[in-house]
Design a protein. Structure first.
Length: 277
């Protein structure tokens, strides 16, 4: 489940990177058990050549990025002189020339690498470079929140699938406002209420979450549910069909009501008060 959730975050970060930069191909992978890195997410690729590729520290551009823990780029991958060339076959099969690799580092620990590439031998511009670094930072933030919320108090061991319950609750809160059929939308929100009540949460499908002395609106509850799953503001906006600025507004309002100073504090306060499962 953890690997699946983190892969969803990586997929979203790559999608945003491609959209904001116009790079035709983006791809990446996360380290599994802190050891092996495989390319398991691709966006814009026309061949399967890169999928599943195992990247060794020090080998190729990504391996250099892993070894140095900093962004690395080449203008013409096949002829680049400052990287090794173990992966020339898959890179050439995909037709990639100019490539950038950016590390994903959480608390000084390497967690993965994100790549962006052109099919022409052109320099990676400063705008694209900055966007790639920003995308990696967003992913790092999401992984930090996920790591910390995973350590929050949970129900007894007799309920081993609690993280799945929280994931389902967040997914349904994000889906319900997009459903045009009012009866189906109401039913989805009723299911949200059932999932919330499984932990003793007091969540009204219509009025949102009720914390002693505090009433959260439905959208504030939606945003907190997304943040509890580790979503960045941009990712939460995509999930909820909102603008990132709107998400920030709802989050600030919820934090103010809960007396929280950070995103994590807001999630902790909401869960302890029974406003989120």
């Amino acid at each position: 489940m953890r690997e699946h959730v983190e892969s969803v975050e990586l997929r979203g970060a790559l999608s945003r990177l491609r959209r904001t930069t116009g790079l035709p191909v983006v791809f990446g992978g996360l380290l599994r058990d802190g050891r092996a890195l495989r390319i398991d997410e691709l966006n814009g690729a026309v061949t399967p050549a890169l999928r599943g590729l195992a990247i060794s520290t020090g080998s190729g551009l990504g391996g250099k990025c892993l070894a140095l823990s900093r962004p690395c780029a080449v203008t013409d991958y096949p002829s680049a002189r400052h990287i090794t060339h173990e992966y020339d076959g898959p890179v050439s099969a995909e037709g990639l020339r100019s490539v950038i690799a950016v590390p994903v580092v959480v608390r000084r620990k390497m967690r993965g690498v994100m790549y962006g590439a052109l099919r022409d031998a052109l320099p990676i511009g400063e705008r694209v470079f900055d966007a790639a670094v920003a995308a990696a930072r967003d992913l790092e933030q999401a992984l930090v929140v996920r790591d910390e919320t995973r350590q929050l108090p949970a129900p007894p061991p007799s309920e081993p699938s609690w993280e799945e319950v929280r994931q389902a609750y967040g997914d349904l809160r994000a889906l319900a406002p997009r459903v045009a059929d009012p009866e189906l939308r109401e039913r989805l929100l009723e299911v949200c209420g059932l999932l919330g009540s499984a932990s003793g949460a007091s969540v009204s499908p219509v009025a949102g979450a009720h914390v002693p002395g505090v009433t959260l609106t439905p959208r504030e509850t939606d945003v907190l549910a997304a943040v509890a799953l580790g979503a960045t503001n941009a990712a939460a906006a995509e999930r909820l069909g909102l603008r990132p600025e709107t998400v920030k507004g709802y989050l600030r309002s919820a934090m103010r009501k809960l007396g929280a100073h950070t995103r994590l504090e807001a999630v902790v306060a909401a869960r302890r008060a029974g406003a989120l499962p």
